[in-house]
Design a protein around this ligand. Sequence first.
Ligand code: EPZ
Length: 421
Amino acid sequence: MEKLIVSGGNRLRGTVQISGSKNSALPIIAATLLTAEPCTIRGVPNLSDIQFMCDILKWLSVNVRHHKTDGVVEVHAQHPLGVAPYDLVRKMRASVCLLGPLLARLHNCKVSLPGGCVIGDRPIDQHIKGLKRLGAEVEVQNGYVHARCTELVGTDVFMGGRFGSTVLGTANIIMAATLAKGITYLEGAACEPEIEDLCDFLTKMGAKIKGSGSHMLVIEGVEQLHGAEHTVIPDRIEAGTFMAAAAMTGGDIEIKGARAEHLCAVRDKLEEAGATVHRNNGSIRVQATGLLKPVDVITMPYPGFPTDMQAQMSALMTVTPGISVITEKVFPNRFMHISEMARLGADVSLEGSSAIVKGVRGLSGAPVMASDLRASAGLVIAGLGAEGETEVNRIYHVDRGYEKLDQKLRALGAKIERVAE
Ligand code: EPZ
């Protein structure tokens, strides 16, 4: 196993290039199962989660070629199998988005339930409800979701759950509805940019989708879809993570490829905190040379402040003088990073789904343990702002979702090394 050694104190300066979006690429790769024709996906980041998805497809007898250095995944799903086993699915929760395309293509599939998750309870009741509305019989048995139908039939489906619209649930129902008979009205759909990207890809495959990017989608089912080529959008959470890192270090960086329109809530909070955020053509520049102010943050579905940026923003607030309140409305228990940040000297108390952060004068480096992908990013950012060495352990979490994070930070002037544990 490897760990990251971060020596804080350096201001980040320079330019960083953002990779393609992991959370766009995963459902888009799953969507290639909807056609027997070859598909080519470009701009795919080289991450372990992408590797897991490709491995599952290969297990389903699908021909997959992953050109890691070029960011290209070619898929040809001529005769996919319909069973995704626990050993593969448990490695990555996003494999739940195989359900929609496998059911639509084969009318009978079994996908293992992924199991527990460190960021909180993650039920899939909304996915199941949606598939049932389209006419599938769905049972959960022996740890598997077994979905079958004679045909899927379009109808109205509401996707809003207790914590807002589900992102992968929306992806599943959209994919299933593309091959359903008749029209599906998807209400309360997630409108994250990754869902819009999925709709763009499906449209290239011949799907008929109206309202992409909104809460109300109208999908007219077609007989079959065809092969397509697509380039995934830049990763807004990777970009947001570099924005927070710039703010943490009093830096000045240009984030190339970042789409400012996907990061309005993050931009708004950093500006409120006192950073300067310029939106250039195809990039975002963050300058944070002055003292920052505390801000209150509430995570929400898009276009609200993303839960996937909560740990990074929490890290920034730990050294911002004053009190900030960070409230989780998407995953109410997603605070595993807080006790690790306390090891660095952060003063944070949890009250229900809120973290009350009292900014301290400085953090001091210590060994910490990454618990999930974004928690790891938060700990790296905390380390960049801490005095001395911070050892971030279990960085396989980082490698699930950040392409070359350490290399990119080093190029911006950070002192960060990857070493064997
Ligand atoms: C996606 O997960 C992302 N994953 C997550 O990113 C992200 O944190 C999350 O959306 C929220 O933005 C991918 O895109 C691969 P949800 P998803 O269903 O779709 C509840 C990262 O770090 N819910 O939108 O699985 C759920 O428990 C990852 O990159 C139900 O109650 O999340 C949560 O409270 C982590 N019933 C809320 O909805 C359901 O059937 C939102 O979850 C489904 C979800």
